[in-house]
Design a protein around this ligand. Structure first.
Ligand code: ATP
Ligand code: MG
Length: 137
């Protein structure tokens, strides 16, 4: 079965929404097979979002992702990468479909409650940044 990488972002942990986000994930048939609450360092956030480093919002994004605790997760299920993108909804909550995590909880395009890998290749890279094989059960 396929795995994807998820982050519950600081805007969601700040509002105590971890359980509600996880309920949407589990109701969609995805299994949380690893999970840890951490405070990201600037170095970790910069490495994680390396692909966006030339974008105008990069500094803001790193500031936000290090502004409070996040929950990093590995999700497992059939077609997990695409399925979780669907469950998250569009990056901008104003464009997100009803019932998606971002429609339900996101505050703005920046503070949009969750991250999910956008390809199987990136999922593997992102999982390896935060978890070892032994962490995933
Ligand atoms: P993520 O990678 O977090 O799952 P995504 O793939 O939907 O989200 P990306 O285009 O990869 O969106 O952007 C990464 C993150 O950068 C977004 O989730 C959001 O937090 C932030 N971001 C994207 N566009 C903007 C913007 N215009 N202004 C501020 N922040 C933005
Ligand atoms: Mg992305």
């Amino acid at each position: 079965t396929e795995r994807t990488f998820s982050i519950i972002k600081p805007d969601a942990t700040e509002r105590n929404l971890t359980g509600k986000v996880n309920a949407v994930i589990e109701d969609a048939g995805l299994r949380i097979v690893a999970q840890r609450r951490i405070r990201m360092t600037r170095q970790q956030a910069e490495t994680f979002y390396e692909v966006h480093k030339e974008r105008p919002f990069f500094g803001e994004l790193v500031d936000f992702m290090t502004s409070g605790p996040v929950v990093v997760q590995v999700l497992e299920g059939e077609g997990a990468v695409a399925k979780y993108r669907e469950v998250m909804g569009a990056t901008n909550p104003a464009q997100a479909a009803d019932g998606t995590i971002r429609k339900l909880f996101a505050k703005s395009v920046g503070e949009n409650s969750v991250h999910g890998s956008d390809s199987l290749e990136n999922a593997k890279i992102e999982i390896a940044q935060f978890f070892t094989d032994a962490d995933i059960v």
